[in-house]
Design a protein around this ligand. Structure first.
Ligand SMILES: Nc1ncnc2c1ncn2[C@@H]1O[C@H](COP(=O)(O)OP(=O)(O)OP(=O)(O)O)[C@@H](O)[C@H]1O
Length: 269
């Protein structure tokens, strides 16, 4: 079952709107190895603007490596990667910093600054921009904390928060840089089912209210069912499946069936 290929690049118009019919992020025949370990072999997929792609697959199949290549932290050995409509292969660190203002990543551990309060963490990208006065910053920070469900926690330190709350704050901080797309690495790992649901609701809300393009790496099928417009299933270094969740659920491919059936055993309906 091969992956579809993206058609054209995303062209940003003069008014900053993106072309909704062309991919916002795309892999075209991407391969990546570490020494003799082939992690991705000729992988292609795409995400349209405003859509959510869930990347599924067993541990170690290259889900995080895919996200890291989108962010430019790792480079593919071959193939090309389109981010925000630009082919980023060959981009310098300086060029990637511009791309990372449009596409940001929320790490599993939140990657918050431990010595800064929650509010200061969220304010950090706003202060870096240097365009806003303190009152405006405070207003935006409080609005974002409310949006992600941790209102009133601005003065706490990250160590005072649960894992799920830290992730919500990391999402608020990502939003404060006004990205067009967010990449989430395993957002429901190590949080309880209720927090997992809240994070899912939040990602959904950001998609609908802010029209954000998202890629969500997850093991959690329930989570993917709720969020995914499209699914990429990685298996043995290949894009084993790329299509809609409904198509995946109907698939009779034995490897996909095994993945779905095992998940159903672990998480009974
Ligand atoms: N910088 C690196 N150097 C060497 N090997 C790496 C590097 N990053 C990842 N790998 C290897 O690439 C493989 C894929 O890793 P990746 O983190 O993408 O897996 P994953 O699908 O996200 O799995 P998990 O759900 O367990 O995080 C693993 O075998 C990992 O050890």
């Amino acid at each position: 079952m091969g992956a579809n290929h993206p058609h054209e690049r995303v062209d940003e118009g003069t008014n900053g709107h993106v072309d909704k019919s062309s991919p916002y992020i795309a892999f075209e025949h991407v391969s990546k190895s570490f020494g003799s370990l082939s992690v991705l072999d000729d992988v292609s997929f795409f995400v349209l603007p405003g859509e959510t792609l869930c990347i599924l697959g067993r541990s170690g199949v290259g889900k995080s490596v895919s996200l890291q290549q989108i962010m430019g932290f790792l480079k593919p050995d071959s193939g090309s990667i389109l981010v925000a409509g630009e082919n980023i292969c060959g981009y310098t660190e300086e060029q990637m910093q511009v791309v990372r203002k449009k596409v940001t990543m929320v790490f599993q551990n939140g990657a918050l600054f431990d010595s800064l309060s929650v509010g200061e963490n969220v304010a950090f990208p706003l202060r870096e921009r240097g365009e806003l006065v303190e009152d405006q910053i405070l207003q935006i920070v409080n609005g974002l904390l409310e949006m992600v469900g941790v209102a009133g926690m601005a003065d706490l330190l990250p160590s005072d928060l649960s894992t799920g709350m830290k992730r919500s704050v990391a999402i608020a901080r990502a939003l404060s840089s006004q990205p067009q797309a967010i990449l989430y690495d395993e957002p429901t790992t190590m949080v309880d089912p209720l927090m997992g649901r809240l994070l899912g609701d939040l990602i959904q809300k950001l998609k609908h209210q802010l029209k954000l393009t998202s890629i969500v790496v997850t093991h959690d099928m329930r989570f993917a069912e709720k969020l995914a417009d499209r699914v990429l299933f990685l298996h043995e270094a290949k894009a084993h499946f790329f299509g809609t969740m409904t198509e995946m659920q109907k698939s009779q491919d034995p490897i996909i069936r095994q993945f779905l059936d095992l998940d159903a055993l672990v998480l009974p309906a």
